[in-house]
Design a binder for this molecule. Structure first.
Ligand code: SF4
Length: 412
């Protein structure tokens, strides 16, 4: 059950108040480079990004916002640090939301007041972002806590518990983050401004979970969830899945960002996978594939990876299974909209629970993609499997009987 938050709007997109949990990302281009920034945002839109943030470190970046806005289709957020004049210019340029930490604005509250007045005038939302790193460095100090041993008066030894010390430190830090966020909100409310969402990020998932959980007990402003500086693709995806998953499963969170040290387009599928796993969004492909094992008769790993890659832009909810053998293959494939159950160099294609034909291994990819495409609206089907697409060798793969084989692929 999702926690009830008040609803705000970022551009035309509703956040909170029961609206679908929105998926966000952030560009990595220089915002003043309008061409590159727009191109990256359009790529993000293609894979399902619903809100995008751009960094605004200089006035030139703020001045690029109106041109970027004209050429994209999703709400735009300006990321502001230190200089509130950059927020004011971004707002004048028509940005939909400004993300700032009032604690690091030069002239603090006075600057925030000016920004809030401008937001009221232009209908712009504010994300108040309080990061654990901006509160203080105690988080890092806690990680270096060591076991200490002390001799008690009765002659026994007393050992410190670094895990317990760390937990307490996390709670104190989370509490300070929440107190700061509530204080900044009260500054906005004094100006009768309520179009606010809040983020309480930390690179430590447990600190973030603690902060967001505490905040949601005390306030109904919508929450933007994220584990900041989470790491590279594997590290970041795991940390984000754990942190965001814990919160989302408690009904906390109205919009999410998975931060990865990777191209921003890589963040979006991870975000949707988290939401699909918790049955909070059903956009796109729910993908089931087996890890393969000593029973495998086909190169399930290559086929599964290729199918998933080809379906990355699909938005229609659809379940696809790629399974390596007859042990679990037919069952999983029958439950999917389209399924492949591998056998000895051949595979059975399932569609909506029925086995429809058997194909040789070199046709697996074609067969699965064609069936998926036939269930999609025309525009999406073209993205998956364009008629007349160029076939080329995608790579080599191992099969049990045939040794090294070749997969067909389609250039999109
Ligand atoms: Fe192994 Fe077959 Fe299960 Fe795949 S479906 S993991 S090949 S038993």
């Amino acid at each position: 059950m999702r926690r009830k938050t008040r609803q705000i709007h970022v551009g035309s997109l509703a956040i909170g108040g029961g609206a679908p949990i929105a998926v966000q990302s952030m560009t990595t281009t220089y915002t003043r480079d309008v061409e590159s920034t727009v191109a990256q945002i359009l790529r993000l839109e293609d894979v399902g990004c619903e809100i995008v943030r751009v960094a605004v470190p200089e006035e030139e970046d703020a001045l690029a916002i109106s041109e970027i806005k004209k050429r994209i289709h999703i709400p735009l957020v300006a990321d502001i640090h230190y200089k509130h004049s950059l927020a004011l210019e971004s707002i004048r340029q028509g940005v939909d939301c400004v993300r700032l930490n009032p604690g690091n604005l030069i002239n603090g509250r006075q600057s925030l007041d000016e920004v809030v007045r401008a937001c009221k005038e232009h209908g712009t939302a504010v994300r108040i972002g309080v990061n654990s790193g901006s509160i203080d460095a105690l988080d890092q100090r806690g990680q270096m806590e060591r076991v200490q041993v002390r001799l008690r008066d009765d002659g026994t030894l007393e050992r410190s518990d670094p895990l317990e010390a760390r937990r307490k430190e996390r709670e104190r830090l989370a509490e300070r983050m929440v107190a700061k966020a509530l204080e900044y909100i009260s500054w906005c409310e004094e100006l009768d401004f309520h179009e606010i969402k809040v983020s309480l990020k930390s690179s430590n998932p447990l600190t973030a979970v603690e902060a967001y959980s505490r905040f949601s007990e005390r306030s109904d402003y919508p929450l933007h969830l994220g584990i900041t500086e989470a790491g590279t693709i594997v590290t970041g995806a795991v940390k984000s899945s754990v942190g965001l998953g814990l919160l989302l499963s408690q009904g906390i969170g109205d919009t999410i960002r998975v931060s990865l040290s990777a191209e921003p387009e890589e963040e979006i599928p991870v975000a949707y996978e988290i939401l699909r796993s918790l049955e909070l969004r059903n956009r796109g492909v729910t993908f089931v594939s087996c890890p393969s094992c000593g029973r495998v008769e086909i190169d399930v790993v290559s086929v599964a990876n290729e199918v998933e890659k080809r379906l990355a832009k699909v938005q229609t909810p659809i379940q696809v299974a790629v399974m390596g053998c007859v042990v679990n293959g037919p069952g999983e494939s029958r439950d999917a909209d389209v399924g492949l159950a591998g056998g000895k160099g051949r595979g059975i294609i399932f569609r909506k629970g029925k086995a429809i034909r058997t194909v040789p291994e070199d046709q697996f990819l074609d067969a699965v993609l064609k069936e998926v495409a036939s269930l999609l609206p025309e525009a999406e089907a073209r993205l998956v499997y364009p008629e007349g697409g160029i076939r080329e060798t995608a790579g080599v793969h191992r099969t049990r009987d045939g040794g090294i084989g070749t997969l067909l692929s389609v250039k999109v």
